[in-house]
Design a protein around this ligand. Structure first.
Ligand SMILES: C[S@@+](CC[C@H](N)C(=O)[O-])C[C@H]1O[C@@H](n2cnc3c(N)ncnc32)[C@H](O)[C@@H]1O
Length: 320
């Protein structure tokens, strides 16, 4: 599945609104070290970074094009306390944030940093992220990492944040295990993702269209693309991975799109497990007919806006 990061960036105002609601719940002081899981195009991650000028933010995502786009849009020159890294939500662990080279400890400005050089940090010739601070230019030789800061067992994130991403992840327990391993004791897990019943009305128009002769061959073998859980699942899992639950709930949300075109752009930019099964030369037609079906059943409001009933699973927990 190939994300088009620019298309997502241009058509994700709804997700950004939800992210802002989630950020508001954090009541940030400004010095926290935060991990954003499934950060996508990075605009939400950058907003978090601006809210913690004395802290740092790491955005991770499984999609290399998303991370590339995020790095280009928010380079260190623009947002110095922000780093992006390709990483699967099921494989979060401190070791994945660090370099294989033995670090050299350095003490500066009261912040303990571990500085390494000449390391291959994933595919990126620059610094890794840090929950504690970041290095800057101790070694600027071409082809070498200028400096990097690593997570050590006693240097963990204060917050693990994730918006509109985890419903793409099949193994939420693996995510929780990883999140717990990189959070400090007392650190906070705050998540909003699609939950049980999410976008039900869209599935109701999508499925009959997929069964039509024109499209059927493209949907013969369908794997489950989204993983929509309920509070009961998380109430069971959170304590197993060392979390104390503050709240886990399903929250109904009204997603609003600018007319038919806005709804179609949302389908094109995020319903990839369906739209990308259809060959490119037929894709716009497929998106168009699904949109027509939806709008016929759910006509736009007086201002021409199309509404979709969404169901978000919201998790707020603390690492014990
Ligand atoms: C709808 S976007 C959300 C992006 C961003 N969090 C936001 O609020 O706009 C979903 C993101 O989840 C990412 N994603 C899907 N599966 C993932 C996984 N297993 N690990 C990490 N990221 C994943 C996708 O690559 C995509 O960038």
């Amino acid at each position: 599945m190939a994300w088009n990061a620019a298309d997502y960036a241009a058509n994700s105002a709804v997700q950004q609104t939800w992210a802002r609601e989630l950020i508001a719940q954090l009541h940030l002081r400004g010095d926290e070290h935060i991990l954003d899981v499934g950060c996508g195009d990075g605009k939400v991650t950058a907003e978090i970074a601006w809210a913690v000028p004395r802290g740092s933010v790491a955005g991770v995502d499984a999609s290399a094009p998303m991370i590339e786009f995020a790095r280009q849009t928010f380079p260190r020159g623009k947002v110095p306390n922000l780093e992006f890294q390709v990483m699967d939500a099921r494989e979060i662990k401190a070791a994945n944030f660090s370099s294989p080279s033995p670090p050299q400890k350095e003490e500066r400005a009261g912040v303990r940093r571990l500085v390494v050089s000449n390391t291959n940090l994933l595919s990126r010739p620059s610094a890794t992220l840090s929950p504690l601070g970041r290095g800057e230019g101790v070694d600027s030789a071409p082809g070498r990492v200028s400096s990097c800061v690593q997570i050590q067992p006693d240097e963990k994130f204060d917050i693990v944040f994730s918006n509109a991403a985890l419903h793409w992840v099949d193994d939420h327990r693996a995510f929780l295990r990883g999140a717990a391993s990189v959070l400090r004791s007392g650190g906070r897990l705050i998540v909003s993702c699609g939950g049980k019943g999410n976008a039900h009305d869209v599935f109701l128009v999508l499925r009959p269209e997929m069964r039509l002769k024109r499209w059927r061959e493209f949907f013969r073998r369908t794997e489950k693309p989204y993983f929509l859980y309920s509070p009961a699942d998380y109430e069971k899992w959170l304590p197993r991975f060392g979390f104390k639950t503050h709240s886990v709930r399903l929250s109904p949300k009204d997603a609003v799109y600018e007319g038919r075109a806005g709804f179609a752009a949302w389908l094109r930019s995020t319903w990839l497990p369906y739209t990308q099964r259809v060959p490119e030369n037929l894709r716009e037609e497929f998106i168009g007919v699904v949109t027509d079906r939806y709008v016929a059943k759910h006509p736009p409001d007086a201002d021409g806006r199309v509404h979709v009933r969404m169901m978000r699973l919201e998790i707020d927990a603390v690492k014990v």
